[in-house]
Design a binder for this molecule. Structure first.
Ligand SMILES: Nc1ncnc2c1ncn2[C@@H]1O[C@H](COP(=O)(O)OP(=O)(O)OP(=O)(O)O)[C@@H](O)[C@H]1O
Ligand SMILES: [Mg+2]
Length: 512
């Protein structure tokens, strides 16, 4: 039986171990608003954190708690403003505004401005219902100050919008403590930065002042469907959620932040795709290549890759030319911000000592942009050539094809990442599909490592597809034994044969 009566809800709260509401705010909720917060909602209301996130599954009462928080804060202090936001007006209409009209008795407020969606309470405080459809719409709130800002479905907002709003979260009324809260399901464009700030408890990529991030300011209140007794007892609703595809089911029913709707690399599994570097027996004859996503304000990201022949996984001697003949291992990561091209080149050289690098793929924009009389690519390239590394060539920047290739390689277990590539491992599961170009991944702050890895995999793959059989694949065809000693002998022989017959790798050089 669903618990829909007040008595049923009250009983649920009494039966729970959650703290009971005793202060003045509670009296407003319970008597005037007839709001009886569920235990998780109580935890949300009681949190003293500057920035709260009520996040997780669908339906535990996040939006309602957010609205009640704004109303209670407005009524607690005279003459203050509170703000409730959704990304679009139709969404606002269907959620917060609908709850306001349905749940807040008319006699509790002085007026409601229907065109501005502003409620004025009897103490002259206000609660505004707003939205920010485009990225810049958020600036309409410039000049205003709000004691409380509640953002519903926070992951639909960008970090820049959130950061801007924090500057509007202030209040001159003494004793009033400005704070903000978000309510959200996992997923969407903001998944990565929201997860970073509240769940992983670390500064988000693209943050203005990451050094000033204080994890103590952020409180995450996880919520699951069963935290709302109305739905917890609704067998039909539970049944339909249970029938969803696994990822959606885990996100909506259990509030799992590692899988969510819209996630691109939903097949990324650390158990399958991440390995400790010491578990891999790197051979000196495996080809190695580097991919670089140039950045100055955004971090530059660099990856070192190698192609490990899948010896023994295919019939001896039949390893043909094709991606499946080798497994790509991305084995080293370097990220750096505010580094000049030459500083970046020096760092890459430092990390590549004693390695034979066959190619360097660099983001194409670095070939067009200058920081002095030379392009970024030339500055990096000149240093590389002077110290024995190949001159970078423009990376294949086919985004859709690149993401798809990465997905397929994960699916076929043809791509392994070593555990020291922490940024890449953190970023891949956070990437979401673009709403408009659904085959593409939405651009987000902090996607530099994924771009750099994509350059490495896609550029290499394009070379193979163009018929330029990589060195290590030609060797792989000759190194077939499972016995390490025989393998070493076969490798040495193959290397000597290659030395006699192979031609150097040529890349189209930039026109000067
Ligand atoms: N304390 C409460 N007492 C009674 N009903 C409640 C309470 N909290 C929430 N509800 C009701 O439960 C339903 C779901 O609540 P709400 O929309 O706030 O959940 P949500 O977590 O925001 O869901 P979603 O993930 O779908 O956005 C709504 O009809 C709401 O009015
Ligand atoms: Mg909601």
């Amino acid at each position: 039986m669903p618990i829909t009566t007040k008595t049923g809800v009250e009983k649920f709260i009494e039966d729970s171990a959650a703290p009971k509401l005793l202060d003045g705010s509670a009296r407003i909720w319970q008597r005037k608003l007839c709001y009886y917060p569920f235990p998780k909602q109580q935890r949300f209301h009681y949190s003293g954190a500057k920035y709260r996130l009520f996040g997780g599954a669908a339906g535990p009462g996040k939006s309602k708690a957010l609205m009640m928080e704004a109303i209670v804060r407005a009524n607690e202090h005279p003459g203050v403003n509170t703000l409730l936001l959704r990304r679009t007006f139709p969404e606002l209409e269907a959620s917060l505004l609908q709850y306001f009209r349905r749940d807040i008795p008319r006699e509790l407020y002085r007026s409601y401005n229907d065109s501005k969606h502003v409620v004025t309470w009897f103490n002259e405080s206000t609660t505004q219902f707003g939205y920010s459809r485009s990225e810049s719409d958020i600036y309409q709130y410039q000049g205003a100050e709000y004691l409380f800002i509640g953002i519903d479905e926070l992951t639909m907002f960008t970090l820049a919008q959130w950061q801007f709003l924090t500057s509007r979260n202030r209040c001159p009324v003494s004793g009033a403590r400005p704070n903000m809260a978000g309510a959200t399901n996992p997923g969407n464009i903001g998944h990565a930065w929201v997860k970073s700030l509240w769940i992983d408890k670390q500064a988000a990529a693209g943050m203005d002042s990451p050094g000033k991030y204080d994890p103590g300011d952020y409180d995450f209140i996880p919520a699951r469907l069963c935290d709302n007794p109305i739905y917890a007892a609704d067998v039909n609703y539970l049944k339909s959620l249970d029938a969803l595809p696994e990822n959606l089911r885990r996100a909506f029913l259990e509030g799992d932040w590692t899988v969510f709707a819209g996630q691109y690399f939903d097949n990324f599994n650390t158990a399958l795709h991440v390995s400790r570097p010491e578990e891999i027996q790197f051979e000196p004859w495996w080809a190695r290549w580097i991919s670089i996503d140039w950045g100055f304000e955004h971090p530059a990201a660099v990856y070192w890759h190698t192609a490990a022949p899948r010896v023994g996984e295919s019939a001896g001697g039949e390893l043909g030319i094709g991606a499946a003949a080798c497994r790509t291992v991305t084995y080293r990561e370097f990220t750096g911000q505010h580094m000049s091209p030459r500083e970046l080149a020096a760092a890459i050289l430092d990390h590549s000592v004693d390695e034979k690098i066959s190619a360097v793929y660099l983001s194409p924009d670095a070939f067009a942009r200058h920081t002095d009389h030379e392009t970024i690519a030339d500055q990096i390239g000149n240093m590389f050539v002077a110290f024995g590394l190949p001159r970078p060539v423009p990376a294949d920047n086919d985004r859709v094809g690149g993401w798809m290739l990465m997905y397929q390689m994960l699916e076929a277990e043809e791509w392994l990442i070593t555990s020291n590539c922490v940024e890449l491992i953190r970023t891949l599961p956070n990437l979401v599909r673009d709403n408009v170009r659904v085959e593409d991944i939405a651009k987000i702050d902090g996607d530099d490592s994924a771009d750099a890895a994509r350059y490495g995999l896609k550029s290499r793959h394009s070379r193979v597809a163009a018929g330029d059989a990589p060195y290590e694949q030609r060797l792989a065809a000759r190194v077939t034994s499972g016995d390490p000693t025989i393998r070493a002998i076969q490798a040495r022989k193959a290397q000597l044969a290659e030395h006699d017959h192979s031609s150097p790798i040529h890349f189209a050089r930039r026109q000067r």
